[in-house]
Design a protein around this ligand. Structure first.
Ligand code: ADP
Length: 260
């Protein structure tokens, strides 16, 4: 912008500079708020199981002598909370490494069908325990060669299938489907579980975002699973989306690069 009038030009430049500075300050404020919220979420997430452990251990100590059976029950409950803390630490570790770019994406060519079958075999028992049938809808037998980090995609699939089991209804089903697109594969994980209200969908991939935190804690969630999934796929420059209907079920869909 040049008006020809030096005073106007200086005024314009100052305004432009102030606009830029305001943008920078707004961004810093946003980051600061984000950090504060994250820390407060983390400490809250740690406090709940820690207090529970403290309570269970104290009660167990009190009744250890007179009622060892009850003491044992309380210690088992304390153990469950220790397990939750260790999941939380693992997930926090993954997320911070992914965010800082500390762990590189190790691309390799592999057969996604083979990986998916391996994962499904590993989760069969968990599914059976809830009467859920895990299936490959299209009876996929041909390989689907992709270009991606095998171990990270394993993590994506485990998180999505685990969610479908956690939030799926008893004796329901989880189906994995693969669609061949032009230069990508589209992978879908569908359950017929509790579903998610539309209003929650835009925030679902945020860390610690939960539709029903009470239920999520009960089923053993850390609130980080989907954030990790999104990070991994973004690092691959791939996309994840979700569609869901309450009481009907949920589908997560993501893409992977095809490699011939
Ligand atoms: P969590 O560890 O709590 O399961 P996630 O990040 O994996 O955390 O998921 C975030 C939230 O999204 C969950 O708490 C749950 O409310 C909702 N959610 C995720 N997957 C499903 C699903 N398949 N069906 C219904 N709700 C789901």
């Amino acid at each position: 912008y040049v008006s020809g009038d030096p005073i106007n030009d200086v005024e314009y430049e100052v305004k432009e500079w102030a606009r830029e500075k305001k943008k920078e300050i707004d961004l810093l404020k946003k980051q600061e708020q984000f950090r504060r919220e994250f820390l407060s979420n983390v400490s809250h997430e740690f406090k709940t199981p820690l207090f529970a452990i403290q309570g269970y251990v104290e009660t167990a100590c009190d009744c250890l002598h007179d009622d060892p059976e009850t003491a044992k029950n309380f210690l088992t409950k304390a153990g469950k909370n220790v397990e939750r803390l260790s999941y939380l630490i693992n997930d926090l570790d993954s997320i911070s490494k992914l965010e800082s770019g500390e762990i590189p994406i190790n691309y390799e060519k592999f057969d996604f069908v083979h990986l998916a079958r391996e994962i499904m075999d590993g989760m069969e028992d968990k599914a059976k325990a809830k009467g859920i049938v895990l299936s490959f809808k299209e009876k996929y037998t041909t390989p689907a060669m992709v270009w991606a980090d095998r171990e990270k995609i394993r993590q994506v699939m485990i998180n999505l299938i685990q969610n479908s089991l956690k939030y799926g209804k008893e004796h329901g089903s989880t189906a994995i489907k693969i669609f061949e697109l032009h230069d990508q594969y589209l992978i879908e994980v569908t359950d017929d579980g509790i579903g998610i209200d539309e209003k929650h969908l835009p925030r679902l991939f945020e860390r610690f975002y939960r539709v029903d935190s009470h239920r999520a804690r009960e089923v053993g969630g850390t609130g980080l699973g989907l954030a990790i999934v999104k990070h991994i796929l973004e690092a691959h420059q791939q996309i994840i989306s979700v569609r869901s209907t309450l009481q009907i079920g949920t589908t997560f869909a993501f893409t992977l690069e095809k490699k011939s």
